[in-house]
Write a protein that binds this ligand. Structure first.
Ligand SMILES: [Zn+2]
Ligand SMILES: [Zn+2]
Length: 296
């Protein structure tokens, strides 16, 4: 079962592999070798899970995008086998955790639970993320392109603020959802909806403050963690961590564990932004792992 680790352990909790078709196609082993070079001690492989057919059949962007979003179901076993093989091969150099980035899809909890039930005994880590919302003509990806965000979501909900609202409602539901005993404990990129914030600005920058506070208290109540996801820092229209620092500080005040996630989709992403994580976490008292966050 999953252990918690002190912040002093160099750990990456969110990464992708060749089983992600919007990544570079580089092999997981190349990422792992890079992580060892970068002196990571723990590295979670958290590939996107296959999507339920009733979701993918309602994504209007076309088969090209759908193919890119996630591996098909029949590949899940291969992915897990690959991850387990690497874990064994590199066990003297790095602790690899076999995991998944699981989509929370509002209303499709039973599909997700079924998937988790089918492979939960092989999972050692996981991230629970919202990437899809109902939108124009079906389900829309919240992080595809700025033009798609406008067309599929802003035009559908009426404003950026309302899209944010819908997204945070889904995140809140994800925390409360019953996905069974193998539900991931970590909320992925809490503010992914900010990805295009420089292009599509909310009218009220504080429009979701209440949602965020509520979400954090639920994360705490459910004994969950947050993905300190640096990918947003490198998105030209976002340029901030998912989540931004005020949320990180609030989460730390609540003693919610924050796990660095590179969200690597190519080998060169491995370890990026770790300095930012260290700098922010270094200011936290007790962040040396000497508190109750460390458990077996
Ligand atoms: Zn991805
Ligand atoms: Zn993600």
């Amino acid at each position: 079962m999953l252990k918690s680790h002190p912040y002093t352990v160099r750990r990456d909790g969110h990464t992708h592999t060749e089983y992600c078709y919007h990544g570079s196609g580089e092999k997981a082993e190349q990422y792992v070798v890079q992580a060892i070079k970068n002196e990571f001690e723990i590295y979670s492989l958290t590939e996107h899970t296959p999507l339920p057919e009733r979701l993918s059949s309602q994504i209007p962007n076309g088969p090209e995008l759908i193919r890119e979003l996630a591996m098909p179901f029949h590949e899940l076993q291969h992915y897990l086998g690959m991850a387990e093989g690497l874990k064994e091969k590199y066990r003297d150099q790095i602790e690899l955790l076999v995991g998944l980035e699981v989509d929370y899809i509002p209303g499709m909890e039973s599909d997700t639970r079924q998937l988790l039930d089918s492979c939960g005994n092989r999972l050692e880590d996981g991230v629970l993320s919202v990437h899809f919302l109902p939108g124009k003509s079906g389900w829309r990806c919240v992080d595809y392109t700025p033009a798609d965000f406008k067309d599929g979501l802003i035009d559908y909900y009426g404003s950026v603020d309302k899209v944010y609202q819908a997204y945070y409602d889904a995140v809140e539901q994800s925390i409360e959802s019953d996905l069974g005993p193998n539900k991931p404990r970590r909320v992925g990129h809490l503010t992914l909806i900010h990805k295009y914030q420089d292009i599509h600005k909310p009218t009220d920058p504080d429009c979701c403050r209440e949602n965020i506070y509520r979400i954090l208290s639920k994360v705490k109540a459910h004994n969950m963690e947050l993905d300190f996801n640096v990918a947003g820092l490198f998105q030209p229209a976002c340029r901030e961590i998912y989540p931004p620092e005020w949320i990180i500080q609030e989460a730390l005040r609540l003693n919610i564990p924050m796990i660095y996630g590179s969200d690597s989709h190519r080998v060169e992403h491995v370890g990026r932004g770790y300095d930012v994580f260290k700098e922010i976490m270094g200011t936290v008292s007790g962040a040396d792992g000497s508190d109750e966050r460390v458990e077996k």
